[in-house]
Design a protein around this ligand. Structure first.
Ligand SMILES: Cc1ncc(C[n+]2csc(CCOP(=O)(O)OP(=O)(O)O)c2C)c(N)n1
Ligand SMILES: [Mg+2]
Length: 320
């Protein structure tokens, strides 16, 4: 499939915005300007930009606790995202959700989820709704390697297969669930092998190759839209940073981390774009600069925004 220059440039820009957004979040957290916790996806940017660009604007996605890149690729406003992380009233959830709860139904973002595996049944239910209402829309469901050991994963894939739902499952296999290596907790060679138990196509690909991530997801999206059922795609990638804010990184070696940094998905895509004469080094530099400026403007916007008022404390809460 021949991808347009416009799409390639858009994916690079989204990956850059994600990298700079998260580097800034890391900095603001260290300065005490972001509270709670955050999970950074630095090193995994292709796993968001590739699959999400295979969606139409009104398709849905469900994301994980490590979902900043997917929000950005789905068209989230960086200012509003930064405001949410800084706990400001102008954020996506009026500053009450923070990093793990960015959601926006109008943009088709069913939301991040602090419960590992929690987004999988939500996405599967959304796919059932699309099928029952015959909307023609599909759902993209992100989850991690660790989440593939949860019951929600198995129950959801079973139902999606039985009902041939319009959903694409994307497993971000970064080899670890907190400090647990996937090899110690998963008996199959690949997580995609698990699809065969549900008569579903399962594919393992290079999660640091944004073009491959796009193409494979796009094929699965076309299949889902035709009513030919779900697919499980596993992308192999790596998170450069710790699991969340408190991680002494004692469960993996410095050498392993350095090896994966050499496989940077952004550098790799930039090299491709230059070699194929799609972008010049100068153009890439300009895009990097403008992306950095976008992040700085987002910080200004968030800093100037007010915190939610005390009167709003009990608004938007659900109580049994
Ligand atoms: C149901 C549940 N169990 C445990 C946790 C604690 N926890 C938060 S993130 C995480 C690891 C998840 O690993 P994975 O699914 O591979 O995603 P990754 O963090 O690698 O992106 C765990 C165990 C949780 N939030 N929810
Ligand atoms: Mg993981």
């Amino acid at each position: 499939m021949k991808l347009s220059k416009k799409l390639k440039l858009r994916m690079l820009e989204q990956m850059l915005l994600t990298r700079y957004f998260e580097e800034k979040v890391d900095e603001l957290f260290a300065k005490g300007l972001i509270h709670g916790t955050t999970h950074l996806s630095i090193g995994e940017e292709a796993m968001a930009a590739g699959p999400v660009n295979a969606l139409k604007a009104d398709d849905f996605m469900a994301i994980t606790h490590r979902g900043h890149g997917s929000c950005i690729a789905k068209g989230a406003d960086i200012n509003i995202m930064m405001a949410e992380l800084m706990g400001k009233e102008t954020g996506y959830c009026k500053g009450k959700g923070g990093s793990i709860h960015v959601a926006n139904l109008e943009e088709g973002n069913l939301g991040a989820n602090g419960i590992v595996g929690g987004g999988i049944p939500i996405a599967t239910g959304a796919a059932l709704a699309q099928k029952m209402q015959n909307t023609g829309k599909i759902v993209l469901c992100f989850f991690g390697d660790g989440a593939s050991n949860e019951g929600t994963f198995h129950e959801s894939l079973n139902m999606a297969s039985i009902w041939q739902l319009p959903i694409v499952y994307v497993c971000v296999n970064n080899m670890y669930g907190m400090s647990t290596c996937i090899d110690d907790v998963c008996p199959t060679n690949n997580i995609s092998d698990r699809a065969s138990a549900y008569q579903m196509e399962g594919i393992t690909i290079d999660g640091n190759d944004v073009l491959e991530m796009f193409e494979v997801t796009n094929n699965a999206v076309i299949k889902a839209r035709k009513g030919q059922g779900p697919t499980l795609i596993e992308g192999l990638t790596y998170r450069w940073k710790g699991h969340s804010k408190s991680d002494a990184n004692l469960y993996r070696t410095r050498e392993e981390i350095e090896e994966w940094k050499k496989k940077c998905p952004i550098k790799r895509f930039q090299t491709y774009l230059i070699e194929q004469k799609i972008m010049s080094e100068e153009e890439i530099k300009k895009m990097e600069e403008s992306s950095l400026e976008t992040i700085e403007r987002a910080v200004e916007f968030a800093e100037q925004s007010p915190y939610p008022s005390l009167d709003a404390l009990e608004e938007d809460l659900y109580a049994y």
